[in-house]
Ligand binder design. Structure first.
Ligand code: SF4
Ligand code: SF4
Length: 382
């Protein structure tokens, strides 16, 4: 089990600073040329959740992507930048996202290639705990090396999104809704995410934690300056380090729990081998977590049926803020449970069918969906 996590300070996305920090990070990791050979094809799996400008802190920052591309190209390797964001996995959809997130500019400046292959493929994965066959975007398997560049953010459903969750973007577009529906329980969903991470197995995972997102992430939260860049060959170790830093314990983050149970990561931050900066610099900082992190099962042993009954009452729900909504219908088109109906250009959800995946909140470009806890939940889980 790899326990090494390299963490370096990086206060801004200014080109010179990010270049220097990225270089120091790779150098401490042992040098990029230990992972990449001349002539190889390298996939940069970035986080391009939606059509947002880099300043919004929703997507991987282009200055970081550019710095990584430059260092890969210096070895003589080719770079493909790719993601399958929320919404359809099509040329038209991706075009706008590449432009707005700054990836098109990076490609024009560096000569890196943007992914235009929208094919998907089934891959057998007998070792998978929940997925014995994984359907992924074909681009994942067309390369020699995978480098994942995640963004540090909170998440309404999984509480935290970082290294492991970033790889859900290798599942093509709307198929993600199908995965949500088939694995609507957070434990199954998290096990599925760990399966995908283990199948894709990026050689290096980088965390863009210069400017993170707290609160109602992954798209409607508040920007938070953290001022760090990090890398590891073990995405679970990277997640353990950053969950610790933002004050989340492994018991709150199901992907970490599953990874610990599978022996992929230690169960304690103190067991990680932190390099690049003093371990003390990673002590927990104030960081707002999503409302959903404080709801759920009553913390006393109950028969399963009663526990399920209370859980259904206590779990938070999506709430549509019609004054902010522009009636684009994106939430309804992407709702895995198909329980959102647009009436006079405003969304209404049938909560009896809602699986609480919070994709509607994640994908709404206008922050018109909030995660709301009921009074009893607020009373029990302060
Ligand atoms: S809630 Fe958001 S995504 Fe849904 S229709 Fe309104 S603006 Fe569009
Ligand atoms: S209404 Fe929102 S939270 Fe509920 S299933 Fe649909 S997308 Fe998921």
């Amino acid at each position: 089990m790899e326990k090494r996590v390299i963490i370096v300070p990086c206060n801004s996305y200014q080109n010179e600073e990010i270049k220097k920090s990225t270089y120091n990070m790779f150098n401490t990791l042992g040098g990029l040329n230990n992972f990449i050979k001349p002539g190889q094809k390298v996939l940069l799996k970035v986080n391009l959740l939606m059509k947002k400008a880099p300043e919004a802190a929703v997507t991987t920052h282009p200055s970081l992507v550019e710095a990584v591309v430059n260092q890969i190209q210096a070895i003589g390797a080719k770079v493909i930048i790719a993601d399958s964001p929320g919404g359809p996995f099509t040329k038209n959809w991706l075009k706008g996202i590449y432009r707005e997130t700054g990836m098109e500019a990076v490609a024009n400046k560096t000569g890196a290639q943007l992914n235009w292959n929208f094919q998907q493929q089934d891959f057998p994965f007998p070792e998978g705990k929940i997925l014995k066959q994984i359907t992924l975007a074909q681009y994942v398997k067309e390369v020699d090396v995978v480098i994942s560049i995640a963004k540090l953010k909170t998440h309404g459903f999984t509480i935290y999104t970082g290294a492991v969750k970033n790889l859900f973007g290798t599942v093509p577009g709307l198929l993600k809704a199908d995965y949500h529906l088939r694995m609507s329980d957070i434990k199954d969903f998290s096990n599925m995410l760990v399966d995908i991470a283990e199948y894709v197995k990026p050689q290096i995972t980088i965390m863009d934690a210069v400017m993170a997102m707290e609160g109602a992430g992954p798209s409607s939260g508040d920007k938070k300056h953290v001022g760090l860049l990090a890398a590891s060959t073990n995405p679970h170790a990277l997640d353990l380090a950053f969950c610790h830093h933002i004050g989340l314990s492994p018991s709150q983050v199901f992907t970490l729990r599953q990874a610990i149970d599978r022996g992929l990561v230690p169960n304690d931050f103190q067991e990680l081998d932190i390099q690049g900066m003093e371990r003390d610099n990673l002590k927990p900082i104030p960081f707002k977590v999503p409302a959903s992190s404080r709801s759920g099962h009553i913390p006393i042993p109950l028969p399963a049926a009663i526990d399920r009954f209370f859980y259904n009452i206590l779990r938070p729900s999506p709430n549509f803020i019609h004054e902010k909504c522009v009636g684009c219908g994106l939430c309804a088109r992407n709702c895995p449970a198909k329980c959102i109906e647009m009436i006079e250009q405003r969304p209404y959800a049938d909560l009896s069918r809602c699986i609480r995946c919070f994709c509607c909140q994640e994908l709404c470009p206008y922050h018109a969906v909030e995660i709301k806890r009921g009074r009893l939940s607020r009373l029990l889980f302060r």
